[in-house]
Design a protein around this ligand. Structure first.
Ligand code: PRP
Ligand code: MN
Ligand code: MG
Length: 181
């Protein structure tokens, strides 16, 4: 049924595939943070669905917090300007932090968060992203845990929005260019 959804030119990943990726990365985090209680920082809004999957697959003790930033304002291209809408509340000084993102595209959001957390004295900052769009990077950034590499196409679903809708879809698809061109 989802194969003929006219909103999408291609379906990239089903929720089963995403859950498998979360399982794999959850096990890596369990291993890498065995001696720590990291703070997982979910980047609103896009990362909520992925964060739910990832958290269920982490067994060590962790804390959670949320930060709301935005740069796309619902469109298909980054404004290149990051807006901090709602800050997290946990003190990260001396703590291991894992940024939980849905996608690293230009890399500007990740760079913003990495420097914000470093300026607040985090002991370490790593990133667990569902998607990495390597060809979209405008700066040198690197996510430590990556669910899937994707091509340079505009995707939505599973937390990612097109004009604030379609975050609820249980799959990730390439938005049909007819929709926005
Ligand atoms: C999207 C996405 C990432 C960021 C990645 O968020 O959820 O957070 O952009 O893009 P970048 O690497 O080019 O910075 P968006 O600004 O659309 O806000 P949202 O999560 O509330 O949709
Ligand atoms: Mn986002
Ligand atoms: Mg968005």
């Amino acid at each position: 049924m989802i194969d003929i959804d006219p909103r999408f030119s291609k379906i990239l990943h089903s929720h089963e595939e995403i859950e498998s990726a979360a399982k794999k990365i959850g096990a890596e985090i369990d291993h890498d943070y065995a001696d720590s209680i990291p703070i997982l920082v979910v980047v609103l809004k896009g990362a909520v669905m992925w964060a739910g999957d990832l958290f269920k697959n982490i067994s060590i003790d962790v804390e959670m917090d949320f930060i709301d930033i935005a740069s796309y304002n619902g469109g298909v291209a980054s404004s290149n300007k990051i807006l901090l809408k709602t800050d997290m509340t946990t003190d990260v000084k001396g703590r291991d932090v894992i940024i939980v993102e849905d996608i690293v595209d230009t890399g500007l959001s990740l760079q913003y968060l990495e420097s914000l957390l470093a300026s607040r004295g985090a002991k370490s900052v790593k990133t667990a992203t569902m998607l990495n769009k390597e060809k979209g990077h405008k700066i040198a950034v690197k996510a430590d845990y990556v669910g899937f590499e994707i091509d340079n196409e505009f995707v939505a679903g599973y937390g990612l929005d097109y004009q604030e809708i379609w975050r609820n879809l249980p799959f990730i698809g390439v938005v049909n260019p007819n929709i926005y061109s």
